[in-house]
Design a protein. Structure first.
Length: 279
């Protein structure tokens, strides 16, 4: 397993001006950084890739569908926009030199429609994801689809549904991102959910129940660690939290208070805890 930290702790628009963060992340003891972007225009992927190599760091890449971009919409224009966006994201991940592109990639983050998903929406998600198979193969990238808790999406909330979605899609480069924060709200048994995902588990966000430092709340980390071992997971464990000034996800993530004295504390204290619990 490799440990990473998500750049959303500091910024939603990781760019050349943030390269000094890389040295800091390396000195904290992480293997890599998860770079977050919600737009891929003018993104200096090559420069960031070289800076990562200079620091001896790896990376993963994450994003999200936001307003007016949806694979499941009945509006073909919004579906096209979502497919183009995800294809650009997959190509950008390859330019960064990572094999993981992760996030909630079916419906826009924060969209709640006051009803459960329909069979037509499920079918459109399956077809939309299938249409990305060629780009994933060409770029050697895996798409890790993230179920979110019910207050952030109506479309995909549980590990069991995420596994079924992947089975219906049937592409080996499409798997599931398991985020312990969302799972704590939606799963009866976090370890059981991980075991049920088995080979479909592609990526992990390690988040405390309040999005603070892993180890400071009530997520059952030992059980999570044992379940990851049981399914022979050897991918990334990425600490994810959000600064309170991230407009792209503020309305969905609803973090309205500081979860630590400074953002670095979530990364540093979380990593020390995870290494003791997981290694
Ligand atoms: C993104 O990884 C995530 O977990 C979401 O809660 C963002 O709103
Ligand atoms: Mn997450």
């Amino acid at each position: 397993m490799k440990f990473g930290v998500n750049s959303l702790i500091w910024t939603a628009g990781f760019d050349a001006v943030h390269l000094s963060l890389l040295g800091k992340v390396k000195r904290m003891g992480f293997d890599g950084v998860e770079i977050a972007r919600f737009s891929f225009d003018r993104f200096p992927a090559g420069r960031i890739r070289r800076a990562l190599a200079d620091e001896g760091l790896e990376c993963t890449f994450c994003s999200a569908l936001t307003e007016r971009t949806s694979l499941v919409s009945d509006n073909a224009r919004l579906r096209d926009k979502a497919r183009d966006f995800l294809k650009r994201g997959i190509e950008t991940a390859a330019e960064l030199g990572t094999r993981v592109f992760a996030g909630p990639f079916c419906a826009p983050v924060g969209l709640l429609v006051g009803r459960r998903r329909t069979a037509d929406e499920w079918k459109r998600a399956v077809e939309g994801l299938q249409s990305l198979g060629g780009a994933l193969d060409a770029c050697g990238v895996t798409l890790a689809i993230e179920p979110l808790n019910r207050f952030e999406t109506y479309f995909l909330n549980t590990a069991a549904d995420a596994r079924r979605l992947c089975e219906d899609v049937g592409h080996p480069r499409i798997g599931v991102l398991f985020d312990t924060f969302h799972a704590n709200i939606e799963e009866r048994d976090l370890a059981g959910a991980i075991r049920e995902l088995g080979p479909f588990l592609s990526h992990v966000h390690a988040c405390e129940n309040d999005r603070g430092a892993p180890g400071s709340g009530h997520i059952p980390w030992r059980a999570v660690s044992q379940a990851l071992r049981a399914v022979a997971y050897d991918g990334w464990i990425v600490i994810e939290s959000f600064g309170s000034n991230i407009p792209e996800i503020a309305a969905a993530a609803c973090i309205w208070r500081d979860l630590a004295d400074k953002p670095e504390a979530i990364a540093e204290e979380g990593l020390a805890f995870l290494k003791s619990a997981f290694l």
